[in-house]
Design a protein around this ligand. Structure first.
Ligand code: DI6
Ligand code: FE
Length: 403
């Protein structure tokens, strides 16, 4: 077998389903050609091969590169002032209704140049890459006018071309009603659905369509209009659903065959059943749960019982989740939501890949998958969920290239 690279002397958490915990292989080897894994297994079974390079990992653990399947990485400014207000007792909803919240990030994002937005997003991406991330989803939603939404999505694409990660973009035009449309909500929805989305799609800037479905944001009927448009353009959908209240978001996501329903703290059993039936991934966002001091965790037992795949993501955003560490997200998912470390790691690999529709390409270490790998200085995979703040990453490979 011809290969560009052999990775040897390593322990591998393949994250294959079933079998050993973490799909582990003690003393494994990986052969890579043209950016893909062409063979992975115990070193004893390694086929005859010719590899141009060999990396010995001194017994280190290798996992699939981590996948952060829900972020708002691109935005202007920050909202640490609102953080201080919340510490004094103001709630997130009160701040949003008083004209702060998302619309204050909109002003800063509109004012920023593409280069400014790129630089600040990359400064946050450093934290994700240092915690093993090789694929990141990035949403728009802080522009909320034609030019600014497209600007955000172009920056996200540029990150995918220049910053050493794979990027999937989501159009989040229904995030908030921008100030200039306050007295004409319908008019804004028309613009978001009939003008901005088709224009962004025409520039190939949109991989999926998202919306914020909450009483303080958009109703299920309003979101349905957007999802109908997405469907007519052949774009998959996903949803910020049932974060602050049970508004039927998960059921709506299921009705449209969404890739994922995200947050889902307040989703009840009918919604969970609908998600299971439609194969919708539950994306858990423990950073927002922590920062908002929420007390109702997502219905993990129901997800397990009904076989709903659970992903874990940072939700990196300026308002509710200033979290730029994937391993911290894993820790928070275990501590706050009682995921097992194996569930959490599946949530940052195989299930996160499914939440992006990328399960055939990334999320596992298996022949045919992209050679996106994270190499760790740990003794056991559970350490990835255990430490807070200790640097654990040794190195990453994206499409077989170290970096
Ligand atoms: N994701 C979101 O889009 C909203 N909450 C969340 O978890 C709003 C984020 C923000 O306040 O900017
Ligand atoms: Fe979000």
């Amino acid at each position: 077998m011809k290969a560009d690279r052999l990775i040897a002397d390593c322990r591998i958490a393949t994250m294959a389903e079933g079998g050993a915990p973490f799909g582990a292989i003690e003393d494994g080897a990986i052969l890579i050609r043209d950016g893909r894994i062409v063979w992975c297994g115990p070193r004893a079974d390694l086929p005859a091969h010719e590899a141009a390079r060999m990396d010995r990992l001194d017994g280190r653990w290798v996992t699939p590169g981590l996948i952060d399947c829900h972020t708002h990485l691109v935005f202007g400014g920050d909202r640490s002032g609102e953080f201080e207000q919340r510490l004094k007792g103001a709630t997130y909803e009160e701040i949003a209704r008083a004209g702060g919240g998302i619309v204050s990030s909109v002003a800063a994002t509109r004012a920023a140049s593409e280069d400014d937005l790129y630089a600040s997003a990359v400064s946050r991406l450093v934290g994700l890459k240092a915690t093993g991330v090789t694929t990141v989803e990035i949403k728009s939603g802080y522009g909320l006018d034609h030019d600014s939404e497209l600007k955000m999505l172009r920056v996200a694409r540029r990150i995918g071309h220049e910053a050493g990660v794979r990027v999937r973009t989501s159009y989040l035009g229904l995030h908030a009603v921008p100030t200039e449309w306050k007295s004409d909500r319908e008019g804004y929805i028309d613009l978001a659905v009939d003008d901005i989305l088709p224009a962004a799609h025409a520039e190939d800037l949109v991989d999926a369509v998202d919306a914020y479905c909450e009483p303080i944001a958009f109703s299920t009927d309003e979101v349905a209009r957007l999802f109908d448009k997405a469907r007519s353009l052949g774009l998959p959908v996903k949803l910020h659903a049932d974060q602050l209240s049970d508004g039927g978001g998960a059921a709506l996501a299921a009705r449209y065959g969404a890739l994922s329903a995200d947050h889902v703290e307040h989703t009840t059993e009918p919604g969970v059943r609908a998600m299971a039936k439609a194969g919708v991934v539950a994306v858990l966002l423990p950073g927002a749960y922590l920062m908002l001091g929420e007390t109702t965790p997502p219905p993990i037992a129901l997800f397990r019982r009904h076989g709903v795949a659970m992903a874990v993501a940072t939700d990196c955003n300026p308002g509710t989740s200033p979290l730029a560490s994937m391993t911290a997200a894993l820790n928070l998912a275990c501590v706050q939501f009682r995921l097992t470390p194996e569930e959490a790691l599946a949530g940052a690999t195989r299930h996160a890949a499914k939440a992006l529709g990328l399960q055939a390409q990334v999320g596992r270490i298996a022949s045919g998958q992209a050679a996106d790998l994270a190499v760790w200085d740990i003794n056991r995979p559970a350490e990835l969920c255990y430490w807070l703040g200790k640097p654990l990453l040794h190195s990453r490979y994206v499409a077989g290239a170290p970096g």
